[in-house]
Design a protein around this ligand. Sequence first.
Ligand code: HEM
Length: 350
Amino acid sequence: MLKERNQLGMIKKLYNTARLIIAAVIAKIRTLEWTTAILQNDVVKLGLKSNWYGVTPIEIARGNATLAAWLSQRFPQLSNGIPGSIGNPKNIRGVPYSLTQDFIAAYRLHPLLPDEFEVRSHQTDELVNRYNMKDTIFEKAESVFEENSMEDLLYTFGNDYPGAMTLHNYPNFLRNIDLPTTSPHGKGKVDMATIDILRDRERGIPRYNAFRRLFHLTPIKTFEDLTTNPTHAEELRHMYNNDVEMIDFLIGSLAESPLPEGFGFSDTFFRIFSFMARRRMETDRFFTDDYTSEYYTQWGLDYIDASYMKDILLRHYPSLASQLQPNVTNVFIPWKSQTSLDINFPYPLY
Ligand code: HEM
């Protein structure tokens, strides 16, 4: 009896330790790889690296030794990443953590979705299947995996570009989407483009300009302050009755132009992303006080450190090796576009 209970305890411990390790690998991949693929900007990369590993003053000073010395004296905590760094205990900043509705509003990235896609062979790049997105969602998703090999799907998604986060780019299939009976709405057709705006309004998300003020960003005064595209400015003036204060958060963010260099979405979205990216880790005891070998095991900490998404893909699908050559460093950036070795992956090295 006692033996069985001990065994059960061991199994539970093994399960929970594995869960912690996998959650940390996912958090690391999201911080250092996914986000740096959609925000391909050196300063952002450095910021995200600082969240996980910390940054050294010499990296920030881009090799300038005098500035680096001053930085390390003035900001001794600089080189602390969140996970495991001494001096970074759990910090809720006086507010219990939750994913805010504002973050959810900034995550309404539906324009990233295409209306159709082509599955291509990972061996020959030949067309294998062509799909309309509407035929691949909800209960129909499983058939895509039955009709294609996992290697071909990974190769396809590894090389496809997402849609641009901009006005007039909402996927058509979502504008008249057939919800399954299992959806909280029940069966029926909905227009997700409308719902995205409606939900933000009913949840009290500040309008675009109010949001910018709350984030200490300069509010816009005219439609031309928002976008360099005169057609968009005119359309928005008409839609919002010439009142910039009425522009919805999502619409303002989709209209924003020009975007900072390398950004896949607006600077306004970015503010809440970068804020939450840090906060969701620094409020978690397992990424702060308890990111230790006692909870993770030393094997686990080393495994997290050594694992990037590419390692995971190759571990499970070794036959992708010829597509995932050393020049493919970040698998969230189309593989074929990475033609030369990026020594700055996953963060810039100065
Ligand atoms: C085929 C792909 C997708 C479909 C069919 C889909 C559909 C939906 C549906 C039906 C809702 C609920 C709408 C409601 O409030 O009534 C929703 C919400 C949402 N979707 Fe998507 N979506 C897809 C992909 C994505 C992607 C790729 C992202 C972001 C990367 C995303 C972000 C969100 C967010 C942030 C919400 C709001 C969640 C909440 O209210 O808590 N969706 N989506």
